[in-house]
Design a protein around this ligand. Sequence first.
Ligand code: S3P
Length: 175
Amino acid sequence: MKNIILIGMMGAGKTTVGELLSQRLQKQLVDIDALIAAREGMTVTEIFESQGEGYFRSMEAGMAQALSLREDLIVACGGGLPLQEGPMAALKQSGWVIYLDRDAGEIFDGEDLSDRPLAQEGREAFVALAGERRPVYEKWADATIHDFTSPISTAARVKEAVETLNSWEQGESKG
Ligand code: S3P
């Protein structure tokens, strides 16, 4: 089965929704940030501080390329990964890309972003960053989710979107 690849801003809920989907669909969740942190034995903030963002981005790219060779996974991407054209194109080839389009102001007001190095410049900067990234996220998305009533309802919308995409594709392959 194809991978399910979750993209969107930091704090949109990719990891939480990925965990719920993982339980419900009995698929393994791979959280790219968590994988990088485990490999390095440091938090993402520590990696940014000690090695720099470029180092983090190259690790992220390598992970995405490696995961694109696997299947049947739920992949929670870091919010900046879709800006890396090659690795994101490889991942997209391996599955359905689902964009969690949660309002950036709502994220900033409601979530603890203290462990996100690129969310430390205040609300206006965070909302502006989300605006800059929106067309990139939209470019990759096979489906976009707007329901953030609760993590379960978001996960249910993702599940429905993937089912629709799968059945559409199966219909097409039957001609
Ligand atoms: C980043 C998002 C983070 C993490 C890093 C950079 C970004 O992941 O990869 O702090 O550039 O948006 P989450 O989206 O999981 O918070």
